[in-house]
Design a protein around this ligand. Structure first.
Ligand SMILES: Cc1cc2nc3c(=O)[nH]c(=O)nc-3n(C[C@H](O)[C@H](O)[C@H](O)COP(=O)(O)OP(=O)(O)OC[C@H]3O[C@@H](n4cnc5c(N)ncnc54)[C@H](O)[C@@H]3O)c2cc1C
Length: 546
């Protein structure tokens, strides 16, 4: 195999104080805070700037909206959803920080929906005992993304680079390995990234890298996530020896629009918050049978109930009935859902909507503390890529946007301190050399392996699991991983290849975590271990460390 990269001085290096990977709510919020400290920040994003999970968020952001509000019930609901695995101090801290972070979003121009009397309109979703979800109709994420991008564009200290794909970190340990000398304490020196338009891998230097790369939905055949959600940050961190954890906890959103073409548009839970009802193929409302909160049970309960009803009646989907809402409510409160369904020939005020579960959110991720710090000095993570302990074994709806803004704020404080004390030395690092790599001529391999990977995960690592299915997935993924790695070394890198390399690694890590958990808890439900163990533990994986 050609050795890539080779230890030569990089031809062109660009230096920043901080590199942020990702332009969703987490990356943009963090970059703004660092720029406010006077730092030079670069944001790299692999596609157009607004392409992110953030831009698709519908339901809203959960928060107690006054400093004297009911924090205790928000904490309680989060802990209950997390099924014993949340870090309680983290939950309390994030919930307490919410009002201040919401005020900042409002100051940036996010116009949360209001009631006729001018008070903020609060929605309700599964698992919430109270109305506490701020929203901008059903396009909350888009409104937040637009406000943050506007502020970033106005900041002279932030450079936002589109179509720059982060590949791997450069660290002192990596440098020491290439020079065959022993490393001291490992720290970040920068990263290699593909300038997609120029088809060139470049070396970018910074003592701090913030991973804000979002989720992993694209690991599965059916997902609500856009194409960018390929788990790149988790793969980058893991390859650098950083701990990742709790990846078995994949949240399947119960209600994605069922289409024959496979597209899975999300129908927000807020619709059920307003009174919509799930019905099985026979037209029977079934959720009361599964949970006292019926249609507003936590997401994992609803997704499993749908899975059971579909299997029991042999149907391809269940129905979501919005016709029970008062006339005009669906159109006024959920215009995006209303119009998307109309484009698919469904009038939600007259007809039931066919829905199925789809992979939606990753509760685990790169292990961080409440300051967004990872185990590697100079490497930070926040947003969906990170695991702080807020979500435990199952995320409470609309807590993820909240976590992202709180951790961006805390991370900025921590990075400010780190930069004041960080070593000033800038050791030379090896540039990226393609070696013997050729231009790709067998892209069909990528297409084929990508399909097989997603199908394997959907069929064997889905809502209800067994050890046998997980082992089957592990064996298939190992074969795919070998083929993809070979392709990676033989051909010049391009986004599809880099994503597939990350997807297969992350899929394998999800399976490893799932196999290690010998119980059913939260989103991890296995027929071989239906009971919950007395003590909840995190599943932590680290390269070389098991
Ligand atoms: C349909 C849908 C509805 C949702 N609704 C809600 C909701 O109502 N409330 C809620 O709290 N949560 C919701 N979520 C979850 C929430 O939107 C996400 O968890 C959150 O937006 C994640 O933000 P982020 O900044 O971490 O990542 P993202 O917003 O996904 O941003 C990731 C960024 O990283 C970039 N990137 C990734 N890899 C690389 C790489 N290698 N190099 C360069 N750039 C890279 C991407 O291009 C993107 O810009 C929803 C999610 C979906 C998909």
């Amino acid at each position: 195999m050609p050795s890539r990269p080779k230890p030569v001085r990089a031809a062109r290096e660009t230096f920043y104080d901080v590199i942020v990977v990702g332009s969703g709510i987490a990356g943009l919020s963090f970059a703004l805070k660092l720029a406010a400290q006077g730092r030079r920040v670069a944001i790299f994003t692999k596609k157009d700037r607004a392409e992110s999970n953030t831009n698709h968020a519908q339901g809203g952001i959960a928060a107690v909206t006054s400093a004297t509000g009911d924090f205790a019930s928000h904490v309680r609901d989060t802990l209950e959803a997390g099924d014993g695995l949340c870090r309680e101090d983290v939950v309390r801290s994030i919930v307490q920080d919410a009002p201040a972070r919401i005020q900042e979003l409002i100051a940036l121009g996010v116009g949360f929906s209001t009631l006729a009397d001018g008070r903020i309109s609060l929605g309700k979703e599964g698992g919430h005992s109270k109305r506490r979800i701020l929203h901008v109709k059903d396009m909350t994420g888009r409104a937040i993304e637009e406000a943050l991008l506007g502020a970033v564009a106005a900041s002279p200290r932030i450079t936002l680079r589109e179509h720059v794909f982060a590949i791997d970190l450069i660290t002192t340990a990596r440098l020491a390995r290439s020079r065959r000398v022993s490393a001291g304490k490992d720290r970040v020196l920068g990263l290699y990234a593909l300038d997609v338009r120029r088809k060139q891998v470049r070396t970018f230097r910074a003592p701090v890298v913030m991973l804000a790369t979002g989720g992993v939905g694209q690991v599965y055949q059916f997902t609500t996530n856009p194409d960018i959600a390929t788990g790149d940050g988790i793969a980058i961190a893991y390859r650098a020896g950083v701990a990742v954890e709790n990846l078995e906890f994949i949240q399947f959103h119960p209600t994605a629009l069922y289409t024959r073409e496979g597209e899975r548009f999300l129908i927000s839970e807020a619709v059920r918050g307003e009174g919509a009802v799930l019905r099985n193929a026979a037209g029977v409302a079934f959720m009361k049978k599964y949970h006292p909160r019926a249609d507003l049970a936590p997401r994992d309960v609803v997704a499993r109930a749908i899975d059971v009803e579909m299997k029991r009646l042999g149907s391809r989907h269940v129905w979501l009935d919005l016709t029970v809402l008062p006339p005009g409510v669906a159109r006024a409160r959920f215009p995006n859902i209303y119009e998307t369904c109309a484009r698919h020939g469904i009038d939600v005020e007259q007809q039931w909507v066919p829905v199925v579960p789809a992979a939606h959110y990753l509760c685990g991720g790169v292990r961080t503390n409440l300051r967004a710090e990872t185990w590697l000095a100079g490497l930070y993570a926040c947003g969906e890529v990170a695991c702080t302990g807020l979500h435990g074994a199952n995320r409470l709806a609309s807590n993820s946007l909240l976590e992202a803004v709180v951790l961006a704020h805390r991370g900025a404080e921590a990075v400010g301190e780190y930069l004041r004390a960080a070593p000033r030395a800038r050791p030379a690092v090896p540039g990226w050399v393609d070696g013997d790599a050729q231009d790709p001529d067998e892209r069909v391999v990528l297409e084929h392996n990508s399909l097989e990977l997603k199908q394997t995960m959907w069929d064997y690592v889905g809502i209800v699991r067994t050890t046998k299915r997980l082992q089957r997935a592990r064996a298939r993924l190992a074969v795919l991983a070998r083929e993809i790695e070979e392709y990676y070394w033989n051909f010049k890198v391009e986004p599809r290849l880099l994503e597939l390399r990350n997807l297969v690694l992350v899929a394998g890590l999800i399976v490893e975590c799932a196999l290690r958990r010998k119980e059913s808890r939260g989103l991890h439900w296995t027929l071989d271990y239906p009971a919950k163990l007395a003590r909840a533990r995190d599943t932590v994986l680290r390269k070389g460390g098991g």
